[in-house]
Ligand binder design. Sequence first.
Ligand code: CA
Length: 675
Amino acid sequence: MTRKLRAMKNVYVSTLLILLMNMITTTNGLAKDIFATYPHDVKMKDELFYSSGVCAFRLWAPTAEAAELRLYDHDAQAGGEKARVIAMKRGVKGVWGIDVKEDLKGKYYTFRIKTDGRWLAETAGIRAKAVGINGKRAAVIDLNDSDPVGWAEDRSPALKSFTDIVIYEMHHRDFSVNEHSGIENKGKYLALTEKGTKNEAGASTGLDHLRELGVTHLHLLPSYDYGSIDESQLHEKRYNWGYDPTNYNVPEGSYSTEPGNPLSRIREFKQMVQSIHQNGMRVILDVVYNHTQTIDGSAFTLTVPGYFYRQWPDGRYSNASGCGNETASERAMVRQFIVESVKYWVNEYHVDGFRFDLMGIHDVETMKEVRKALDEIDPMLFVYGEGWTAGDSPLPEKLRAVKKNGLQLRRIAVFSDDLRDAVKGSWNDAKKGGFVCGVGGLEESVKFGIVGATQHSGVNYTRVNYSKAPYANHPGEVINYVSCHDDLCLNDKLQLASNANTTEEEIIRMNKLAQTMVFVSQGVPFIYAGEELFRTKRGIHNTFASPDSINQIEWNNKSRYAGLYDYYKKLIALRKAHPAFRMSRTEDVQKHLRFLEIHKPCVVGFALSNHANGDEWKEIVVIFNGNKEEKEIEIPQGEWQIAAADGEINAAGMGTLKGGKVKVKAISALIVFRK
Ligand code: CA
């Protein structure tokens, strides 16, 4: 006991010394890590090892003066229950432990640590795998009890190359709450298990719709346990995107049918994954390891105060997330937490990939460790993220997992805001349109997108909007898109960036052209749920907490805008049928893709030659015309078959045209081919 206390005292003395040194010593603006002396070379996989004979609890809390396990018969919701308190024993390297030789299944627990002579608030721990309502108390369960029938046989559909992926980004409530969705489990995980659902006109909705549309990966907005929705008041039908993590390793409760039953969210999440797999699609989780909902009340702070967050040299918490704090992935135990967490979601929940929110807050090294750990499980697990931060960080830019350092992020993709904003216009200036709105000067940015942000002699990188160099080693390392949950959705953006007298028909033409530019470019295409159904969010820029009436997908639109939907379906089918549009190697893009010499504002064209990537089409010519008038363009001589023209598309062919000077209709793509 005495020896332990002295050891702790030494930690404090040296921490204090380092703190003082930090006042004067910084490297590249990043203070020397004041936590460097912490014992963080310890493997922490779980905080509860369950068996019916013994429940072993372990907690890494090196600065704690005391730690206790608090057991309850009921969830916090019940209130008034006195905890059965069991003191934990300090082991090596800051790990506290206690083995309770009882079957605690069905009980709840929390931890509490004492630091600086004061007991902190209770926490469910940072690695809780089951929780009660609002994630206040962790629950003791046997994870085997949460497996749906046939779970052991669950397999992800085959995937050969990342460039074969078509991502559909969706939020659980948006997807099913609409009164015409025909879906019973509105706003729930189980919505994605319902088949045969239809809108009022009898067109398929939900899962059947996705299958029909042809997307390969469902990217789910945050589905870990987050804090902004009170799970005990679901009748209020409140809405939130969920970028406020509380328990990283547990599904969110409000999407389950019974948040008060710790098994419900886990079992239903698995049922959802199983159903998506059975319907030929894979599942991607949006993960937000870069910040927590609060600092003071987070499990991180209540377990190891300070350690999990970055600070400026003066001790203030930094805020690169714009949400009040940022985590410190460069610290060994934070990095390990992230790596173990993604592994857990793959192994326990069978998810197939991760979208890292504000990935630029994490250091490159952590992202490499994530990739390596996932590769050991299955190299086709897909990882991508936002290659930027939302504010300044003490982590020097050269260490951040940002677009600029993209070439170091092998087999990790970043979003191309370069292509996005070139096509539809500025993300933060609603009135400023892009290529499809007839705005010239963005042609090189469009070309940058066409080659998937890789190196290509046909692109003048000095004239690209945001990036002056390639950031993808291969096309599978870039996400091409024109809209996502952030900012205005596509139609709202196009509407606001256009003149008041722009017709709906013109907006539809712009919408089609924009997505065509995404889907025939090299890279990994991504669409925001509902864009194929002419989605609108009533011009609201940030709908993170807007009501269902704004965020819901209007399923009757599928029949109302049948032509637009049909175009999306055929566009996806074109890409899937033609490997020329989804080359996986930069060498192949360099060899087979060349840009046409056009030199007209708002027109870009390219040719794919010699059966690119094994395509049955020998030659393909693609021209995008963002102008409000038809343009005459020169293409190679001879007879061509038409795959897309004048706002129509069909990979099976739509007649022929003669090469030489051809007319490309206003706001449209022309795609021609010969075998
Ligand atoms: Ca929650």
